[in-house]
Design a binder for this molecule. Structure first.
Ligand SMILES: [Zn+2]
Length: 321
């Protein structure tokens, strides 16, 4: 039965028997699920994205109608679907916390941060990151994996699923890399990691690079600690319609922060005040990754009603050392 084969167990079994762990090189990856096939689209440039968008007009309209129909007037509501992580049908929990208003003044949920599975407690973006990590990177049980977070449900889940997982947070400039605070949280500065060269098969980083003024050094450090062929798998705030990165703030030579746009702070598990966002990325960041020594860099687009990956076009990035 396909449904019984689905989910993490299927992959672990797959790796045990197949013993291979190469990246999928095809343009489109499709996995059989209990509902419709789940499709991701790999895009490598601004021009390629332009052609893709033109082909998607009808599909975008249908997705918008689907998402509209799922919203209720209730503050809290559920969206039935299938959790890839739990491998079962669930009712995802949704609300309007940190939501938006559209042009018609209607409230739109922050779909990416909600749709929490009542089983694994992971939200839309975390479930999708795990799903696509499995699909695109084919991690094996004892792969070496570094994730740039340690206080989150995502870290906890990875730690339970794989044997060699290291997580860290940026605790502040007063901490040196590899040192730990009183809670046992490890400090790492992504622009100067303490790990040896080629230490990891995978580096995972979710919504972190936008907070690092010298993000190109961070890209270069991630490449340095990855084995040849290893993968940096990540998310960033990304403007699909922008060829260039959008600089919101910069650090001046005298060390002060210059805001070029109204300051944007993102939620931070360690700081009540949040964390300043220095930029939203555009397509040029794929070239910047290659300039820092990665052999490939691509954006994967996805959306799924069944798996609860809602909120318009969703994105994840993959760059191979
Ligand atoms: Zn779940």
């Amino acid at each position: 039965m396909i449904s019984a084969m689905h989910g993490l167990k299927r992959y672990i079994r797959y790796w045990k028997h197949a013993g291979v762990h190469r990246l999928r090189k095809g343009k489109i990856g499709i996995s059989a699920g209990p509902f419709a096939p789940f499709k991701t689209t790999r895009i490598e440039s601004f021009d390629e994205y332009g052609n893709y968008v033109r082909s998607m007009a009808g599909e975008y309209e249908s997705r918008e109608l689907t998402e509209q129909a799922l919203r209720t007037g209730q503050e809290h509501f559920v969206v039935p679907g299938y959790c890839f992580v739990c491998g079962q049908a669930v009712s995802f929990l949704a609300d309007y916390d940190y939501g938006f208003k559209n042009e018609d003044g209607q409230r739109i949920p922050n779909w990416r941060e909600c749709l929490i599975c009542p089983g694994c407690r992971l939200n839309n973006r975390m479930r999708a990151a795990i799903h696509l990590f499995q699909e695109l990177c084919r991690p094996w049980p004892d792969c070496s994996l570094y994730i740039t977070e340690q206080t989150t449900p995502m870290f906890k889940w990875l730690k339970g699923a794989y044997a060699n997982v290291i997580g860290s947070e940026f605790l502040g400039p007063e901490y040196i890399s590899k040192s730990k605070n009183t809670r046992g949280i490890r400090n790492e500065d992504l622009t100067g990691l303490s790990f040896r060269d080629e230490a990891f098969d995978f580096v995972l980083s979710f919504d972190v690079f936008e907070h690092i003024p010298n993000y190109r050094k961070a890209f270069s450090e991630c490449r340095r600690v990855l084995k040849k062929g290893g993968v940096l798998f990540f998310t960033i705030p990304f403007d699909l319609h922008s060829a260039r990165n959008i600089i919101r703030a910069e650090i001046l030579p005298d060390g002060t922060t210059n805001h070029l746009m109204p300051p944007e702070y993102h939620g931070d598990p360690l700081r009540e005040s949040g964390c300043l966002c220095f930029r939203h990325f555009g397509w040029e960041c794929l070239d910047e990754l290659k300039n820092e020594g990665f052999s490939e860099a691509a954006c994967y687009l996805y959306w799924s009603r069944e798996y609860g990956y809602l909120g318009g076009e969703q994105l994840l990035f993959l760059s191979r050392a």
